[in-house]
Ligand binder design. Structure first.
Ligand SMILES: [Zn+2]
Ligand SMILES: [Zn+2]
Length: 110
């Protein structure tokens, strides 16, 4: 069988925008040559958007001041003394803040 006939254009549904897109035979061959077994989940437009979004995502390696877990945060801390929390502790603290606010108690600022 000729290599080119092995692949045919396929219509897939983009998981981001929900639109149909064509996974072309040449793309399929490219995937196959790279040994990629998964099919693309996004259309070309969304794939570019997705890549860009991730490229510009700011992240700083951190160590959580609360639980000591190491991780990343999606912003650059303004100063080194800033209390830095992992995602879990941050969410927990926000919840506590909210509860404290609701209870009209004094909330000590960090
Ligand atoms: Zn899309
Ligand atoms: Zn933590």
């Amino acid at each position: 069988m000729d290599k080119d006939q092995k692949f045919q254009d396929k219509t897939l549904i983009c998981k981001d925008c929900g639109k149909n897109f064509t996974w072309t035979a040449s793309e399929q061959r490219f995937y196959s040559e790279k040994g990629l077994k998964n099919v693309p989940a996004r259309c070309e437009k969304c794939r570019i958007f997705y890549k860009e979004k991730h490229k510009f995502k700011v992240s700083s390696p951190i160590k959580c001041s609360d639980c000591g877990a190491e991780g990343e945060i999606a912003y650059i801390p303004k100063n080194k003394n800033e209390l830095i929390l992992c995602e879990n502790c941050f969410a927990k603290r926000q919840k506590e803040h909210q509860l404290a606010k609701n209870a009209k108690k004094d909330v000590k600022e960090i």
